[in-house]
Design a protein around this ligand. Structure first.
Ligand SMILES: [Zn+2]
Length: 232
């Protein structure tokens, strides 16, 4: 089997390398985080995972597996992208300092990486590129924070245990957020909604230490953003 573990953070085969290309594989590696195997659901530990690509023509899903569970492979003609029940996600909730008419007007902001072990890819002339953020922009309507134009088919809910959940019906996903930062819960109730950011380029809570990190990531197009209204 062809393997290139010295340069990629996952095992590939020749088919995958021929179709995606070395440069794109490096970029894809920056959007995958080996937490749990997408075949058995158990952690990777120090083992280098295998990359499995399910090609759906208009899009593909690349996911990480124990090499012993799945060998690196490129699969075509499948009906489902992949099973989702082993995917890990990470969230971070914070107040984003914004201004309205020169006055501080901090925004309750929820950031999520929805799938640490899986990234969506789309075909381009040069090969395949990461499409997770584009998918949430185009398919789910996360095209910018606008209170009058909230994300369609999406809602946030505050729960008595202090958690906030955000549900996107179009992708059938619900994520949990802590609402511990000062003033966050009050601000969510006052505004009747939250800003939602989706990224595959970072692990929220690990890579975002200060607000400047978030702004840098946002300006580089690595976060799909929208406004999600609160539902009782
Ligand atoms: Zn496994």
């Amino acid at each position: 089997m062809f393997q290139d573990t010295a340069t990629f953070p996952f095992r590939v085969n020749k088919d995958i390398k021929d179709r995606i290309g070395t440069d794109s594989l490096h970029r894809i590696g920056e959007h995958l985080w080996p937490v749990d195997c997408q075949s058995c659901g158990h952690p990777f530990g120090p083992e280098v995972p295998a990359l499995v690509v399910n090609d759906l023509t208009v899009m593909a899903a690349a996911s990480l597996h124990h090499a012993g569970c799945r060998a690196p492979s490129w699969n075509e003609g499948l009906l489902n992208v992949t099973r989702q029940d082993h995917l890990s996600y990470r969230t971070l909730a914070f107040m984003l300092p914004t201004e309205v008419d020169g006055r501080p007007d901090p925004l309750p902001t929820m950031l999520v990486n929805p799938s640490l072990e899986q990234v969506l890819l789309k075909p381009e002339a040069s090969g395949w590129t990461v499409a997770t953020m584009g998918h949430y922009r185009d398919y789910c309507g996360l095209t910018g924070v606008s209170v009058p134009k909230p994300v369609p088919d999406a809602y946030a809910q505050l729960h008595p245990n202090g958690l906030l959940t955000v549900t996107l019906e179009r992708t059938v996903q619900t994520w949990e957020f802590e609402t511990t930062p000062d003033g966050l819960r009050e601000s969510i109730l006052a505004r009747r909604g939250v800003a939602l950011g989706v990224t595959s380029a970072y692990i929220p809570g690990e890579h975002f230490v200060v607000v400047a990190d978030f702004l840098t990531a946002m300006q580089s197009g690595q976060i799909a953003l929208g406004w999600v209204t609160l539902r009782k």
